[in-house]
Structure formats: C-alpha cells, structure tokens
Design a protein around this ligand. Structure first.
Ligand SMILES: [Zn+2]
Length: 582
C-alpha cells in the first residue's frame, strides 16, 4: 500500500484530552478518530491491526472446535425481561421503542448475546446427541457507559469475540472451559500481549469457575492481587490471603472498657477525629442480612468488607447490608454505633480483629462508642475468617510468598454460567432415558479492540508505538528518501513488489516529504521493520534495514536486501511463536 493512497493522519502534538499513552498514541499515529464520547472510527492502520488480532482469535477458536456464527445486534427486549437482565443491566442496556406497522416494538442493542444464543439453542437442540457444542461470533456490542474514557479502552460500542458452550452437565462444561482457557492463552501469546489469567468471582457454579485475562498496566482500571513467588493471581474481589487465625484469648495487659460520648459521630473518619485514634485501632462493625438473618461483620477500621468472602464464610446464597430497621433491632442504635460488645446477633470477624488490643468500637447505643475493647474479655469469638479485600504485603494463600497489588486491563473473561440462561429460556435436552434437563452453559469473551489498545498501552517508547509482528498493521515500511530520483524509486519499487509477492504486508512511504518527517512518522506508527533506500547508502550499493527497537540500522547490499528482510521476518515470527503454549 502506498502511503499517499491510504489515510494516515499523524499528529505532532499530544491531544490535550487524551489521558493515557494508548489513547494519545492511537490518535497521534492515526489509528483512530473520535466521533463522540465513547464512539471511535478506526482508520486504516487501526482497522488493519484489529483485523489481524481478529484473525488470530478466529483461528484459535476454530482450532478449539468452536463454530462461528453471526447474531443480530438488534434484540427483542422480551428476552432480557425473561432472564431478568433488563433490570440487572439498568441504564447500561441501550434500548428503545420503534414504530412498526402501527404498533411499538421494544428493542435492545446487544451488550452480550447470552439471551439470543440460548434462545437459538432452545429452539434447535433437544437431544444429548447434539451436545457438547461451542458457538462463537465476532461482533459489535453496545453498552451505555456512564463515563467513557481512555480512548478505545472504555467505549459504548466495541468489538467483542463472544463464545458460548452448551453441554449435558458439569463434565462437558469443564471440558469446554478448559479448551477455551487454553485457546485464550494461545491467542494472547500469539498477539504478543503479556496477559495473566487471574481468578475471578465465580457466581452460581462456585469453585474455580471464572478467570479474567489481564494485561498488567499502571493505567489499567482493574486491580489484581498476585504473588511475587508463585503463580497465584486473582482480581481484588476474589483474592484470598494466607492470613491465619490468632488466639481468641484476652491480651495479657489491657485497658478498662470505657464508654465515650460521641454525639452525631458515626463514621470511622468522624470517630478518628473526635477520639484522636487511628482507623487501624477501630473495629468497623457492619450489620449484614445473610439469607434474611442478621449478622455482624467485623473488620479493622481501615479495611473494606469483601461481601463475596462474607457470603462464602457464612455459606449463604444472598448477602446484603441490612436496612435501618434491622440495625436498630439488633444493636438498639441507629446505623453507625454497632460494635461487638453485647450485640444481639451472630458475629463473624476478620483475622485482623483478634490482634487488636484496646480497640475502639460502637457501643450499640446511640451517640456512644467504647474504648478499651478487648477480645476474650468484652466479647468472645471462636474463630476468625478472611473477610476483607486482600492488599499488598499480605501473605500468599498458596505459598510462603507475599502478595502484591498491580493494575491491569481486562482483555478476556471465561466463565462457567451453569443453567441460569437455559432455565430462564427453556433450553433443555433429553438424556438417554428420555429425561429432560437444562443445558449447562459457559461463556467466553475477548475484547478485540482492547487487544490493540492494551498493546499500545504496554508496548511503546517516547517516539511512538512498538508493534509485535503478529498484529502490526504492516510488517515492513519501505522508505525511499528522494522520490524524484529515478534510481531510488526503481529500487524501492522493486523491494515493495518482491516483498509483497513473498506475502509480506508492506507500507510504501511515497510521500514527498523530508527524511526527518518520514523517520518521525515511522517511529510513531511503529511498523516493526523499516528499509531506507537512497542517499549515501544507495551510492555505496546498500540499503538501511532497521528494527523499530534497534538503536542503529544495518547496511545490507542492495541485491541481498529482500532476502535479508525475509530472513529477519521469519526469525522474528519464530521468536514470537516460541512463546505460544501448546
Ligand atoms: Zn504464592
């Protein structure tokens, strides 16, 4: 492709409203342009990169025996009403009424396709003989993002690969999940994007039933806890810690239990100011309703309760903060004055709590707190649990190592759904004995444009983008220095032609521009290998060949240049695929 014929509007200046490197560089390198908040046009370079990532995704899905389909983005709202997701999505679901033949039809733009694909399977699959089955598509999804930001990292419209598995039971679900998990590891390795699978909140199936694929990046919106010694990694909601229960006995020396008047002071911050203490000395007591039973949950004042952990510790199916009336009933006080001393309900406490000496806690009495609260004397516990969010410095749950907190960009998610959608939409099958069961499902997503954005975010230098060969918009950039020289254009044209004939994606910079401009743009758009033809080099019978990341070019005889480039590309491809797991 000739630069003059394609459309690469590069920019010298960094756009003021672009906060993160990927957004800045994708704009500056002419990959994208914004239409409105959360909606972008992909220009030729950006779209070529997307298409390459998409091709890798498609190949690996098919290699894992997933069959490609294409479902409508327009969906009847009724399907979302049947699964309860119209309410669950709320404003995120873009939906509207359109007039059709004198009546109104209520439609939604698909945020995902569980409903549509389950409805399809409900109508077409009836026997265990038709299972297992994995279907996938690559399609635009719509979500009304409250705050679209960071360029194409968070948009209202995005390209997603979504796959759905259908099986007779947990065994087939596990097999499909494994196949998708392995395919994802191969996909991200092939695209050159460093991704780690992290455990995620698992929903109804429980156990090891959900993983997110995260590209570690300081600007990522997701928080990941990982071990510095072993492979343990989980998102913040899911991450366990290796902390242990300490003694539930009273400390050897302790202060007296004392009531303090704390009028209208109910938050941790207000108590900290009034009583001049540190939040790590306070007991935060939150009243939850677990399957309609009140439970007091204790964590240290500087920590956050992790509701998933509370739910698992109580073996409850539903856990939510209790309402005002319940709090008043079990504590005898309005919200903000609960504490473990004399409370009238079950207590569960985080491990940190047993280590507190002379703590401060609510007194279960309006406008009153206790100081000098001590376990074993003022309240009793049989054991403690891991109930708070993990944090950097906590011990690893799997080894002797220490956990660290990093940020990441979520690019993929695999999830064991179970029968939520098949039950709501009547997707059932008959077994060998003609007995009917709901089909057991899994779902598997990849944000295709996030692969590109995360690559831009994590692979660049001060001069521009650095593409891996596998998803680079072009593999080789041919730069003739003087387009008015017949000799230069003849050699450059031959390189372009022969490389393309060998199956290489070539961009030919035929612009009438100063070499300095061409080199700056070359670094900015980040094509992996560049060949410069002309000037002193050509007079000496040589061309300059340079990797985007190399400090200086290699001089190669004109006659050997094309073969040299092909050899380099083959070696780099082999290098990139050496990292791909089987
Ligand atoms: Zn570890």
């Amino acid at each position: 492709m000739r630069w003059s014929k394609t459309f690469i509007p590069t920019m010298k200046e960094t756009p003021a409203d672009a906060e993160v490197p990927s957004h800045q560089l994708m704009l500056r390198a002419g990959l994208i342009r914004q239409l409105m908040a959360g909606a972008y046009t992909y220009l030729p370079l950006g779209w070529r990169a997307i298409r390459k990532a998409e091709a890798i995704v498609r190949e690996e899905m098919e290699a894992a025996d997933a069959a490609e389909i294409f479902m409508p983005a327009l969906q009847p709202i009724e399907l979302f009403e049947r699964t309860g997701r119209k309410e669950a999505f709320g404003d995120v679901l873009i939906n509207f009424e359109v007039p059709r033949g004198g009546r109104k039809v209520h439609l939604a733009l698909g945020p995902t396709h569980e409903e549509v694909v389950t409805d399809l399977i409900a109508r077409q699959v009836s026997s265990y003989r038709q299972l297992p089955l994995i279907l996938f598509q690559i399609q635009t999804k719509f979500r009304n993002e409250e705050r679209p930001r960071f360029g194409v990292l968070r948009t209202s419209e995005f390209l997603m690969k979504d796959a759905y598995s259908f099986g007779t039971g947990l065994e087939q679900l596990d097999e499909s999940y494994e196949a998708m998990y392995r395919a994802y590891c191969r996909i991200f390795a092939r695209t050159g994007l460093h991704c780690i699978p992290v455990e995620a909140e698992s929903g109804p199936i429980g156990g090891d039933a959900s993983h997110e694929f995260m590209a570690p990046s300081p600007n990522g919106e997701d928080r990941i806890i990982r071990c510095s010694s072993c492979s343990y990694a989980a998102n913040l909601e899911r991450a366990d810690t290796g902390r242990q229960a300490s003694s539930m006995d009273a400390p050897e020396t302790m202060a007296d239990l004392k009531k303090e008047a704390t009028p209208d002071v109910s938050s941790i911050e207000q108590v900290r100011k009034l009583l001049e203490c540190d939040p790590s000395q306070m007991i935060k007591t939150l009243i939850y309703s677990a399957d309609d039973k009140p439970v007091a949950v204790l964590v240290r004042g500087d920590r956050e309760v992790n509701e998933g952990k509370v739910r698992r510790a109580l073996n409850a199916s539903d856990v939510a903060l209790a309402d005002k009336e319940t709090v008043l009933r079990v504590t005898g006080a309005p919200i903000g004055f609960a504490g473990p001393v004399g409370i009238d309900c079950e207590i569960i406490a985080d491990h940190d709590i047993a280590d507190l000496v002379d703590a401060i806690a609510g007194a279960n009495e309006a406008d009153t707190h206790y100081t000098g609260v001590n376990i074993g004397r003022d309240y009793q516990l049989e054991t403690t649990h891991d109930l708070r969010d993990a944090d950097a410095g906590d011990p690893c749950p799997r080894c002797e190592g220490t956990l660290e907190l990093v940020h990441g960009i979520e690019v993929g998610h695999v999830f064991k759904l179970g029968t939520k959608y098949s039950e709501a939409l009547d997707a059932t099958y008959l077994d060998e004995k003609e007995k009917r069961h709901p089909i057991v499902m899994g779902c598997y997503g990849i944000g295709v444009n996030r692969i590109i954005a995360a690559t831009a975010e994590t692979s660049h230098d001060e001069n521009g983008l650095i593409w891996p060969l596998s998803i680079a918009p072009y593999e080789v950039l041919v730069i003739p220095l003087d387009i008015k020289s017949e000799e230069v254009m003849q050699v450059a044209g031959r390189y372009d032609e022969e490389l393309r004939a060998a199956g290489v994606d070539v961009l030919f910079d035929d612009r009438k521009a100063r070499p300095g401009v061409k080199f700056k743009d070359a670094d900015l758009i980040g094509i992996p290998l560049r060949v410069v033809i002309g000037g002193k080099g050509l007079k000496n019978g040589e061309v300059e060949v340079k990797w985007r990341t190399a400090d200086s070019p290699d001089m190669v005889p004109v006659a050997e240049g094309v073969q040299d480039i092909l050899n380099r590309l083959a070696a780099r491809r082999a290098e990139e695929s050496a990292n791909v797991p089987n």
